[in-house]
Design a protein around this ligand. Sequence first.
Ligand SMILES: [Zn+2]
Length: 398
Amino acid sequence: MKVNEDRFLKDLHDLREFGAAGVGKGVVRPAFSKDDVAARKWLATRMSEAGLTPHVDPVGNLFGLADGPSLLLGSHSDSQPEGGWLDGALGVIAALEVARASHEASGPKVSVVSFEDEEGRFGVTTGSAVWSGQLPLEEADELTDHAGVTFSAARACFAEMAGDFVDPTRFSGFIEMHIEQGPVLDTANEQIGVVSDIVGIRDMRITCDGQQNHAGTTPMHLRQDAFQALSAFNTAINTRFRNVVTPTTVWTIGHVTLHPNASSIVPGRATFSMQWRDAEVDRLDRLNTIIRETASEIAEKTGLRVRFGPMLGLDPVAMDMRLRTALEQAAKATAPEKWRVMPSGALHDATNVARLMPVAMLFVPSINGISHAFEEDTAEPDLVAGLHVLARAVSNLT
Ligand SMILES: [Zn+2]
């Protein structure tokens, strides 16, 4: 098969016109917005022209189906409230071009998908989560966005054109091409990342209860200051994690509430989010143990009480070896010395799809590692290199 670089780049720019905003190549195309729905209608037309049968499912996932059994390629075409033109869109348009080129050359059967609400206006990777059975539709319908709109009300915009959920057994596997959304490839001046695994994530809310008191009259040695406990906890885990983590492990205290949050009051309560990500379940568990032990120790030492909320998370997903090897061989041929194997620190639809079929992913660089921002971009030769790796891998697999 022979992919057409110009046609691929033109489609990518045409898709950006739906919700084009901000500086550079910014896009505002949140799930189920007018621009998202219009973009999906346009994509459905492009799928028809490429010899595929468009199919929208009850949650707005758009498939372009090849006749009979096929390999599935794609990503998502919704964006963050302020997003870039490539996050998700690249994987969808590259899939479209490979399916089209393969159809023209009577090559292997390739289907295309654009999942809905990957960016989590309602849940997390909502469209693929429902399709894969990770999230029951009845539960998804109850989810609300920041404005209080329910998922069930939002997805009604597809009611007229929606059919059933697509039977996943018609697909032999799924490959998602995506921008890296980090600095690794750009910094190393490389063009392709073949993903080894998508990291797992754990997220827990921790609450420290101390004693709220007067900030002028309470001597330091008599205080039960919840913020001081949080501060000591943060310092301690940064030290204790050191013997357990790898260079790709990450952890974040991203949301903190102090009560009552006033200058002249010793804070009586600190509630904070503790999130950590790693490619191995075992390490995620060891970090969990350290977090609990450290928080309990500090609470005991300072006379505070600690409470742990429910732990949320998704397990790490290893990429399928057969699909991954096809991508590695294609990367070697397309970008010799300019590719690597790497984990994905971001969640993707592929995590959900892995419940249904073998999956693999490839990355192209993000300039300066920037994503989820209007400035997000990738050099054109890197976009094209990614397209060729995807097309080669599909050919290698059949
Ligand atoms: Zn994405």
